[in-house]
Design a protein around this ligand. Sequence first.
Ligand code: R5P
Length: 300
Amino acid sequence: MTTPVLITLDGNTALRDGLLAQTGFSAGDCEWRHFPDGESYVRVHGDCSSQDVVIQCGLQHPDRIAMPLMFCVDTLRELGARSVGLIAPYLAYMRQDHRFHNGEALSARLFARFLSAHIDWLVTVDPHLHRYQDLAEIYSIPCATLSAMPLLAQWIKREVARPLLIGPDSESAQWVKAVAAVVESPYTVLSKTRHGDRDVEVSVPDIDEWRGYTPVLIDDIISTGHTLLEAVAHLRRAEFPPAVCIAVHGLFADHTDMKLHSAGVARVVTTNSIMHASNAVDLSSVIAQGAVRFLTQPQT
Ligand code: R5P
C-alpha cells in the first residue's frame, strides 16, 4: 500500500502536524479560496492518482466550506485518487435533528446525505448524538465516532482539585457520568429549556452538599455560550468558586470566550478539534488511530 496523503482544508495546523507525526501519512496540498463574488476556487497540487487521500476538514463553518470540500473531493476522484476519506473533528448540523416547526429542513439528515454522496468514509469526534443514537441512522458511508471524553477526564484529574462535574442539560448526562467515573468525583446534571438561539433557561438542583468543590461545567459544544453563561450565573449566585468550563468543540460564536471570562469563569478549556487559544487537549492520537483503522481494515 502506498502512503496515504493527508490534505488539510481547515487550516488547523496543530492537528495536522500531530496527525502527520502519528500516522506517517504524507502531506498533500489543496489550495482554496472564495472569489470576490463568493464562488469557490479549488486547486489540488501534486499527483494523487492511485492514492488513498484523507481530507482533514473541520465543519465549524459548514456553509462556507461545503462547496470547496465537495470540489476538492470530486477533483481528487477525477485525478484518479483511489479513495477519499474525511476527518471532520467537528461535524456540523447535528443539532438540527428534528423538525421543530412544519416545513423546517431536517438539516442533520440532509447534510449527512450530502457528505455521504461524496466521501468514502468519515471520522469525527463527539458528534451531537441526541435524537439519533448512531451516525449510521443518517450516514450511508462507514463512520467512526470517536470520543474526547477520556482525554477530558484525564485533564480534569490532572488540573482541578476537588472537582464537581456539572452537565448543563439532560443531553450531557451521557458523558458527564462517564467522565465523573474516571475522575472519581461527584456530578450533577442541570435542566435546560431553550427558547431561542440566544435564549436559554437553566435550572440548578440543590448542590449545597458540594460546597467547597470546584465546579467543572462540561459540554460537547460551546457555541453562543448561553448554556454555560446561564449555568455560571447560577453557580456564582450560589457562591461557588469560579467555574472551569470544558468542551470538546469551541465554536465561540459571538465572542463567547470573552463573555465567559467576563462572567468570571476560572478557565475555558477545549480540544484542538477547532483551533483556539483555549485548546488544551490534543486529539491527534485518537483521530490518527481512527483514520488508520479505516485505511488498514476493510469496512462494512
Ligand atoms: C446542545 O444541547 C449542546 O449540547 C450544547 O449545550 C449547545 O449546543 C451549546 O450551545 P450554546 O453555546 O449556543 O448555548
